[in-house]
Design a protein around this ligand. Structure first.
Ligand code: CAA
Length: 445
């Protein structure tokens, strides 16, 4: 069968940053380690006055097209995934195409454009749509541009405020790709949940504690479903496991559950039995409560074992590096986790070509999805060409007062002007509103 997957990845972070330990924690009267250790976040990205989901998406896509030498006619599809859209009818992909047409001679008039919505999992769903379009042979030799772009803002004072972030991930999907191919096997865990939602409002209504439980339940369901088609999973099968990362602490919880699941009835469980006993089995307990207590105790012990710690350090920790510096990018987050892993492999000379990733996506509301990816030999060059670290280091560091002004500037209910903190340089910028309340964009040399 044709191998289809991601041929190139580019990232665009918002050009401002909020330091959680130095700037946010003191204002909130919190111990900085709540953020750096508890949530696992150091800094969050924010958009400058002239940035938004369109500019970040278009700038990431433009850099990708330039790097790969692509022209508009090479692209048969532009899918944007976002949960920060400002229009219920006109998709963000049309704005992105309009931006790109300002700098290319050709146009995207024969490209299919759309917008995907299912909270953070929409980025992976768009990737899926693109892969399926190519596998179905409908692409006429062209590739698909998938853009996951979000400004993840919460109401000020909401517990989610510490997990904010803003940025875009652009991916080019083709046959015989350079970065990863996707498995046809997938597993889903999906249920009608009201953990996190935005009923025609910009900032989410969130039940934070419940959202953690829903994330874990749907992930467990999706992994079991994946195994029903792909066979049992084992920690040795996957070099890295990139998870949707609202904050690294969430992944810490999910990874422990995942490890426990994967080692059940394996030689790893046998080896650990003398140290911490075997995993509790439901049939050995009279009540659900007793079983749950035993599982909790077992997980506390498992977390401290060398086997778990080493696996976590190798397969999970490397996926969290970008996220800890930029916060939650919603639809882009799991794709940043994959990129972090690939970067880690390239920088540490890990021989990853031909090896597998297990990708765990999630969207509130709620749905989780697992699929496997096979890393391609070209991943090293692709990662080397991606300038995410440079972008992260170049961000303007906000004071708390400036952060509040930036938050207001991007609040759709307010129309607050703000002098930019940075200078646009060869990029698309937001340029005000047109007569039909449309947003306008210009390319600044
Ligand atoms: N030193 C070290 N650790 C500390 C600490 C300190 N001084 N103080 C607190 N901590 C730890 C806590 O023990 C906790 O860790 P555990 O969960 O492992 O126990 C962690 O830091 C966070 O502390 P709190 O639970 O007290 O934090 P909170 O209640 O203020 O906020 C949150 C946490 C509810 C997740 C909040 O950030 C939130 O609402 N976030 C938005 C929703 C979210 O991201 N949910 C995740 C799943 S849903 C999803 O994934 C979709 C999505 O993208 C939104």
């Amino acid at each position: 069968m044709t191998a289809v997957g991601i041929d190139a990845i580019e990232v665009r972070t918002g050009r401002l940053q909020l330091d959680l330990a130095e700037t946010f924690a003191p204002e909130k009267g919190d111990d900085p380690e709540k953020y750096t250790k508890g949530l696992g976040l150091h800094r969050s990205s924010f958009p400058d006055a002239y940035e938004d989901i369109v500019t970040m998406g278009a700038n990431a896509a433009h850099r990708l097209m330039e790097r790969k030498g692509l022209e508009p006619e090479d692209i048969g599809r532009i899918d944007v995934a976002t949960e920060s859209a400002f229009d219920n009818s006109k998709p963000v992909s049309t704005y992105v195409a309009g931006c790109l047409e300002q700098v290319y001679d050709g146009d995207f008039h024969h490209a299919n454009k759309g917008e995907r919505k299912f909270a953070c999992i929409a980025g992976t769903q768009s990737l899926d749509d693109a892969v399926n379009w190519i596998l179905a042979g409908r692409n006429r030799g062209r590739g698909a541009l998938v853009i996951a772009t979000d400004t993840a803002l919460y109401t000020r004072g909401d517990p989610g405020e510490a997990t904010q972030g803003a940025g875009a991930v652009a991916m080019y999907i083709t046959e015989d790709p350079d970065v990863v191919t996707l498995s046809t096997e997938q597993g889903y865990g999906s249920a009608d949940e009201t953990d996190f939602l935005k009923p025609n409002q910009q900032f989410p209504s969130v039940d934070g504690k419940r959202s953690i439980q829903v994330y874990l339940s749907r992930m467990r369901e999706a992994l079991t479903d994946f195994e029903s088609v792909a066979g049992s999973t084992h920690p040795d099968d996957y070099e890295y496991i990139p998870f949707h990362t609202p904050y690294p602490g969430m992944v810490r919880k999910a990874a422990l559950l995942g490890f426990r699941h994967m080692i059940r009835n394996t030689e790893i469980e046998d080896e650990l039995a003398s140290e911490i006993g075997r995993q509790p089995r439901r049939e050995d307990f009279d009540s659900r409560e007793e079983f749950d207590d035993a599982i909790r105790d077992h997980m506390d012990d498992l977390k401290e074992t060398d086997a778990y710690r080493e696996w976590y350090a190798d397969a999970i920790e490397p996926t969290l590096s970008i996220s800890s510096q930029v916060g939650n990018w919603y639809t882009g987050s799991v794709h940043l986790a994959r990129l972090s892993a690939l970067k880690h492999a390239a920088e540490n000379d890990v021989d990853l070509a031909g090896k597998k990733l297990l990708v765990a996506s999630y969207g509130s509301g709620a749905q989780a999805e697992f699929h496997a990816e096979t890393v391609q030999a070209g991943f090293r060059d692709e990662v080397a060409a991606c300038n995410v670290d440079e972008q992260i280091d170049a961000r303007y560091d906000l004071t708390f007062g400036e952060y509040e002004d930036v938050h207001d500037r991007h609040n759709h209910e307010k129309s607050s002007e703000l002098e930019p903190f940075t200078q646009p340089d060869a990029e698309f910028v937001f340029d005000g509103w047109g007569p039909m309340n449309e947003r306008k964009y210009t390319y600044v040399e």
